[in-house]
Design a binder for this molecule. Structure first.
Ligand SMILES: NC(=O)c1ccc[n+]([C@@H]2O[C@H](COP(=O)([O-])OP(=O)(O)OC[C@H]3O[C@@H](n4cnc5c(N)ncnc54)[C@H](O)[C@@H]3O)[C@@H](O)[C@H]2O)c1
Length: 268
């Protein structure tokens, strides 16, 4: 069977963990040459060796997407290696780990969340779009919380709403270059990011254990389960593939029904 991404060069930020890692593995299975950009060296090397074990091609660059000098340098290295980029997936992201209202949120937390989740996409796109001379496809990780909000994470929700608008604005500007730009808005998926925010904050959210907060998250998803990184990676694969060749500027909700509204038929 023909692989969907044969010959494509894909840069995946946040590919050391969670949704980014699963996307990297899936893309490699579909024939892409995968470049992982992440601050987590150990996780990045693990992703690369998992891909190489299955005879795929992958490389890891340790970079922090918040800093333009690092992104620019890594983009030059990718250009030297492959001469082009076809796909960019922006999955690097952080939560508002110190959960709280705007009054309770330190300014540094605001800067970290906005710089990683929004400026990071601005910088990777700024330096990689010029390498997409034959057209390309970008997928940004927004969130269900870019469309509705939740309590005590105002900066995270704001950053993800910004990702949706940045996606649409980039889609409009670069349609003429045959570069499609879409984003995915996941509901809660069981990853290191969510584990960290639950472990740090479950008491402040009124739960007596991390497990009871996980259960509350699960029961808010009408389909009765949390998402997995694979649920999201499969949609990202669809968006970057030729199957979605007429899609640009879309914000695709993948959330097991979480944003549909509250159900009053009883708990599951
Ligand atoms: N897991 C969910 O429930 C969920 C829901 C909605 C949206 N998202 C979004 O999906 C994306 C991936 O989340 P995940 O759950 O896989 O998280 P994760 O923590 O498992 O992975 C995030 C990766 O980003 C990397 N990263 C963080 N800051 C970075 C920086 N400054 N530079 C480079 N790399 C950096 C981390 O090292 C990590 O490998 C994020 O943008 C997140 O906001 C996740």
């Amino acid at each position: 069977m023909t692989k969907k991404l044969n010959g494509k060069v894909a840069v995946i930020t946040g590919g050391s963990s969670g949704i980014g890692r699963e996307t990297a593995l899936l893309f490699a299975e579909e024939g892409a040459k995968v470049v992982v950009w992440d601050i987590d060296e150990k996780g990045g090397e693990d992703t690369v060796s998992a891909i190489r074990k299955k005879a795929g091609e992958a490389r890891f660059f340790k970079i922090d997407v918040r800093f333009s000098a690092e992104v620019e340098k890594a983009a030059k290295e990718v250009a030297q290696l492959y001469g082009k980029v076809d796909i960019l997936v922006n999955s690097a992201g952080v939560h508002q780990y110190r959960a709280g209202s705007v009054v309770e949120t330190p300014e540094e937390e605001y800067d970290k969340v906005m710089d990683t989740n929004v400026k990071g996409i601005f910088l990777t796109s700024k330096y990689l779009i010029p390498l997409m001379s034959d057209g390309g496809s970008i997928v940004n990780l927004a969130s269900a919380w870019g469309t509705i909000v939740s309590n005590k994470v105002p900066i995270y929700c704001t950053s993800k709403a910004a990702v949706i608008q940045l996606t649409k604005a980039m889609a409009l500007d670069h349609a003429v270059d045959k570069i499609r730009v879409n984003c995915v808005c996941p509901g809660t998926c069981k990853t290191a990011m969510v584990e960290k925010i639950i472990n740090l904050n479950y008491k402040d959210f009124g739960f007596d254990s991390p497990d009871s907060m996980w259960e509350s998250r699960r029961s808010n998803h009408p389909m009765g389960r949390l998402g997995t990184p694979t649920d999201i990676a499969k949609v990202i694969l669809f968006l970057v593939s030729d199957d979605a060749s007429w899609m640009t500027g879309s914000a695709i909700i993948v959330d097991g029904g979480y944003t549909l509204g509250k159900s009053f038929v009883g708990k599951r």
